[in-house]
Design a protein around this ligand. Sequence first.
Ligand SMILES: [Zn+2]
Length: 190
Amino acid sequence: MKVFINPGHAANGEPDPGAVHNFFNFRECDIALSIGKLVKRFLLRAGCYVEMLQSHNLNGEVTGYGKSVVESANDWGADVFVSIHCNAFNTTARGVETLVYDMTGGGKTLGDCIQKQLVETVQKIDPEFPDRGLKSRPLLCVLRATEMPAVLVECGFIDNDTDALILMNFQKDIAAAIARGVTDYWQRIS
Ligand SMILES: [Zn+2]
């Protein structure tokens, strides 16, 4: 299985670090990259082929950042696309959610597998960690323009103190859950 991992937002945070925790100085781009690297390691160990790209250029809308994320995944012929992000809202919202193009087909199945593993894992760390479920986001280009089942995982709210500390301190657990979700999906469809 060929898995394409896209840690969200710009590499090194320029020009877009994504969401931040103002007091802790955590940046979404950094958390997404370190979780992405761990997911890659787990999936390689499970026998997958893995490509990873973090880029400000998602679908050719900007120049000067090399090939776009969507084009790279499509040209490589990925079987599965996983984008890794953190949410931010009003500092009190919490939880994990997985975004999919729509509620049918491979993307939905992949999303179900990943969300289930993630929820199990984060609720072992904190039983109060909310399960925000699967959501359809057909306008997101990484979900719309990718040619393979694709998900965007929101691993927690970086602007919430409790979620932010879990995002920093339990990256291995979160990454293992995402990787297990991907291999669960592969087992389910093969
Ligand atoms: Zn994001």
